[in-house]
Each structure stands twice: as C-alpha cells, then as structure tokens.
Write a new protein. Structure first.
Length: 276
C-alpha cells in the first residue's frame, strides 16, 4: 500500500467510499514517519499538552490568553502527517480536488479503556443533507490487534441524514450489518466519510500495551465549515507558517472556508471529540 496507488485501485477505493462510507489502507504510512510519530504521541500525552489543548477548547477564555502552549501540528512528524502527500492524493480522489484541513487529534490509550458509543462526526447543524463530503483519517500508528479496542463501522450509514448521536442510546452494542476492524499492521489508515456511524468498542480481552491513534479531518470546499476549536485560526496560521502544504495545496489551511467559532450555520460548534 506504500507504493504509488494505481488508478484502478483509486477507482475501487472511491466506489467503496461512496457505497460503504469507509476504506481501509493497511500499512499506509512509511516506517520512517511511524518511528517519529510514536515518541511524539508519548510526549503529547505524558507532558500534559494533550490535556491542556482539550481544556483550552472546553474553557476557552479570551484569545490569545486561551491559546494552548503548543498545538499538535507543531510536533514535526504530526505536522508532516497532516499534509502527508500520499494521504492528500487519496483524499483528492475520494472527496474532491479542493479540501481544507479541519483538525488533528492525537492520543494513546491503555488497555481496558472505556469504549465510545455509536456516533458520527459530520459537522452540520441542523443535519439536513450530505451534499459535500467531510472525511476523517484514522491513523493507527501501532496497528490494531484483538487485544486492543476495535473500531466498529456501520457501512452505508453515511447516507442517513440524522444527528450525530442518533444511535448513542445503543452504546457500543453490536448492530446488524456492522463491520469490526480489529487487526491492522502498524501504520494503517482507515478513511471514514465523517457521516458514517462508528464506535470504539472495549476489547473483550485486553492484554496490556497502548493503542496509538491520530485522527485528522478534512472538508470539501464549497461552504463555510464550523471550526471545533476556539483557537482554530492559530492552528491554521501555524500550519501556514511552517509551510506544511509544501506550496502544493493552497486551500489546505485557508481560513476562508470556516465560520466563526460558536456561530451556527453549516455545522455544529464546540470541541470535536477525541480520537476513536
């Protein structure tokens, strides 16, 4: 999968993404990037930076006073991942040629961590259509195995126009037609249409070790999307300052594609959740 993706494979991925709402790219990320990402995730969690970034979202205060001391894309490998050229090329094929970066969340979860109920992450309030796609890239840095919390997805549910929590009352219970993803090699990426219902289910027999996952999100341009972090302008400005788009993706970190934080419109508001 690390090799150049052929046009035939791209067409197969597009058809599956349109029909089922997700595609799996086993071993998609290169080993050198993985080797740099894992210690960055450890630092992000152990230093308290992750907690401070979440608190800045929940209790924003005035900007710039509400800015966290550091954002994920300032970690060199995380910034590289956000604009990883092979990833952007696949997204270009799946959601269209022009899209904007929405957010990046990074986490490390221990064994026996709680699950997360069925939900979707499509930012629209009220939910009224699925005209433009939004995608989440779930990067499993260390892969997945049956001792870790699996990802459950409900194929085709991205075509339903319902609220994010329409199935939350079901918890993480099994649903007819679901697909469970619990065995992936390191560096695998699962691309979800953001309107696809999915859940993180607690592992039936957790066996220790950490589950590393970085969640990046991207929106097709054409409307103004809601930011999920009050310091969203700072994130995009940081990405531009670091030149993460390599001069090849002019819309990727463009502020023009977003509403003001807290306003209503195409999407919802508030903190956009934690990695699956």
């Amino acid at each position: 999968m690390r090799a150049q993706i052929s046009m035939d494979l791209e067409n197969d991925l597009l058809e599956k993404f349109r029909t089922d709402g997700y595609v799996v790219l086993p071993g998609f990320l290169p080993p050198d990037l993985l080797a740099r990402l894992r210690p960055e995730v450890d630092h992000w969690v152990d230093s308290g930076l992750r907690r401070r970034s979440i608190d800045a979202c929940r209790y924003p205060g005035p900007v710039p006073g509400g800015l966290p001391p550091f954002v994920e894309i300032e970690l060199p490998a995380h910034g590289e991942l956000a604009a990883h050229p092979p990833l952007l090329r696949v997204l270009c094929h799946l959601i269209g040629p022009d899209f904007v970066f929405h957010h990046l969340h990074s986490d490390r979860r221990g064994a026996a961590a709680p699950g997360k109920a069925w939900h979707h992450d499509y930012e629209q309030h009220p939910q009224r259509d699925r005209r433009l796609p939004m995608a989440h890239a779930l990067h499993y840095i260390g892969g997945l195995d049956p001792s870790m919390d699996p990802l459950a997805v409900l194929p085709g549910s991205h075509r339903e126009v319902v609220g994010k929590t329409a199935r939350a009352h079901l918890g993480t219970g099994e649903l007819p037609g679901e697909v469970v993803i619990d065995d992936l090699p390191p560096g695998s990426t699962v691309l979800l249409h953001s309107a696809l219902f999915h859940a993180r289910r607690a592992a039936p027999e957790p066996a220790g070790g950490f589950r590393y996952m970085i969640d990046g999100s991207y929106c097709r341009t054409g409307v103004k999307w809601p930011p999920v972090k009050p310091y969203w302008r700072h994130v995009l400005a940081t990405a531009r300052r670091l030149g993460l788009d390599r001069g090849e993706w002019p819309e990727l970190f463009n502020e023009a594609h977003f509403t003001e934080y807290g306003s209503t419109g195409y999407g919802s508001t508030g903190y956009g959740g934690q990695p699956r």
